[in-house]
Write a protein that binds this ligand. Structure first.
Ligand code: HEM
Length: 364
């Protein structure tokens, strides 16, 4: 009797697990031939192609891709787990761009909202789905990036986010971590999100040198930024010291005050250092923290992650820029061994700017 009951229980458990795994492996073939987990995602494949063509020059990791990722952050972070702020990852930054681009921390963001707005209207997506799909696609264009998730079905945003939710490079680490905590992120998750600065450049910190990258490999999602932010600074790349920047180690490179402060702070320094030359750790941590960011304030979304293009891998070891070595590192985590890295041969580099697309846009 007991045995009969046990085997009945086992049979039920087995059936349940088979149903669960069938649900997990269920696949739909769309009329376009794409295969996806949910029929609702089929509509997105042509939109992905359109966004690649109309926004990202056919799939490049250029300025628009970088800015699309920045836009994801500036949209989503207008949120508090305690309530009373904005709707999170709701696309309010695009839908209410006149209001939100006027916020001080959104300097330069109007370039990408202006660029995205007509494409957004053509796709028929809600502003939130558009901003967060474009961010995932743009990031995927950068070799070494993880394939970010994309969840589909955000309602139209109700209102602009309030001002002063976006961290500024002049903020103290305590203030930055408090803002991240208020939005639901730990100090380690904040560091993980800053991997984004490996495909980033500044236009408005020093307006005399637009497109000045934060690391020497701005077209690759590698861990170079975590290394270069730790190198001793000796120069300002443009018109002297500007608000929000600190001395940079390389000509043509901008070092943000906040990135440097976070790299040195005891709450974040070891996680920062652990990212260096650890591509897999960086990708996994960034992807996980981004997955939270991309759905802040949203519910009941459909997982359409399989519409996101698969990024090219980055498998090389990172290196010190030419003439730099371990003696130039401002180590802030003595508890962890610093990785052994080779140095690029030759004279110290001048990092070239990310080329602006403004002329091309004007030509269109
Ligand atoms: C402490 C938090 C952060 C601060 C203070 C900060 C600050 C900045 C600043 C000042 C710029 C340059 C703006 C300009 O002069 O044009 C920038 C660029 C950028 N940021 Fe951040 N950021 C932070 C976190 C993040 C996060 C969490 C992400 C994404 C998940 C992100 C993604 C980017 C990207 C991709 C760019 C480059 C945009 C482009 O090249 O067009 N940032 N950030």
């Amino acid at each position: 009797m007991a045995f009969a009951r046990l085997s009945a229980l086992v049979a039920i458990a087995l059936a349940a697990s088979q149903t669960a795994s069938a649900a997990l492996t269920k696949r739909v073939t769309c009329s376009t031939g794409h295969v996806t987990a949910n029929a609702a995602c089929c509509a997105l494949f042509p939109i992905v192609d359109q966004i690649q063509k109309d926004l990202f020059d056919g799939g490049e990791c250029g300025e628009e891709a970088h800015s699309a990722l920045r836009l994801v952050f500036h949209d989503a972070i207008g949120f508090s787990i305690h309530g009373g702020k904005g709707g999170g990852a709701d696309g309010s930054i695009l839908a209410f761009n006149k209001t939100e681009t006027a916020f001080h921390a959104n300097g330069g963001i109007d370039d990408i909202t202006d660029r995205q707005f007509p494409v957004f209207l053509e796709t028929g997506l809600t502003a939130g789905d558009f901003v967060h799909l474009a961010g995932a696609i743009g990031t995927a264009n950068c070799p070494g990036a993880p394939r970010l998730e994309f969840k589909f079905g955000r309602p139209a945003p109700k209102a602009p986010a309030p001002d002063l939710t976006i961290p500024e490079p002049t903020d103290s680490v305590t203030k930055i971590l408090a803002r991240f905590a208020d939005a639901g992120f730990s100090p380690s998750e904040a560091v993980a999100l800053l991997a984004s600065h490996t495909i980033a450049a500044a236009d408005v910190i020093d307006t005399t040198i637009p497109g000045t990258p934060f690391d020497s490999t701005v077209g690759t999602f590698d861990s170079q930024v975590f290394l270069e932010v730790l190198l001793k600074g000796s120069l300002f790349p443009g018109n002297g010291a500007q608000t929000g920047e600190v001395l940079s180690p390389l000509h043509g490179e901008m070092r943000l005050q906040s990135d440097f402060a976070i790299s040195q702070d005891p709450r974040t320094a070891c996680f920062w250092q652990a990212m260096i030359n650890n591509q897999q750790l960086m990708m996994a941590e960034f992807k996980a923290a981004m997955a939270k960011l991309q759905v802040l304030g949203q519910r009941n979304l459909i997982d359409c992650s399989d519409v996101v293009p698969v990024p090219k891998p980055f498998t090389s070891a990172i290196k010190f820029p030419a003439t730099f070595s371990k003696k130039d590192v401002q180590i802030a985590c003595p508890q962890l061994p610093f990785p052994n890295l080779a140095t690029v041969a030759g004279p110290a580099p001048t990092v070239p700017p990310v080329s602006p697309r403004l002329l091309e846009w004007g030509d269109e």
